[in-house]
Design a protein around this ligand. Structure first.
Ligand SMILES: [Zn+2]
Length: 130
């Protein structure tokens, strides 16, 4: 990594239940998973290994991953949703979310409210959290 890359952040977001980040290089437009598989040789292995840095497989840019502070709570609330394509979260002012009019910068409570509006069970471990 050079100094320019160290100063550039890849913003983590949740897309269909997976933590991903868009490549920060202007014009690249690639998206990478930011959790690796437990067994890298098995495509069915769960993505449970938090990666130490963003690495673009397309343009080969490396960058620091900008994780949200409440990522564990975000994932806990999203995991209650039975349909994976509904498990999405974007940080405040994320370019894709703004462009397509998708909610962004939501708190865990706002995600819980969405769950309740769609009759998703609140889950016993979330009582009294946040
Ligand atoms: Zn790239």
């Amino acid at each position: 990594m050079d100094i320019t890359q160290l100063a550039t952040l890849a913003r983590a977001y949740v897309y269909s239940g997976d933590w991903v980040a868009d490549c920060p290089r202007p014009g690249c437009a690639n998206t990478e998973h930011v959790y690796g598989r437990l067994n890298r040789r098995d495509p069915r292995s769960p993505r449970v290994v938090q990666l130490p840095a963003f690495s673009c497989s397309y343009c080969h840019m490396d960058a620091i991953i900008d994780w949200p502070q409440h990522m564990t709570e975000i994932m806990a609330v999203l995991a209650l949703r039975p349909v994976p394509s509904t498990r999405n979260w974007y940080p405040e002012q994320h370019e894709t979310a703004v462009r397509f009019g998708i909610p962004h910068g939501q708190s865990a409570q706002q995600l819980r409210d969405e769950n309740a509006a769609h009759d998703v069970e609140p889950g016993p471990t979330l009582q009294g959290v946040g």
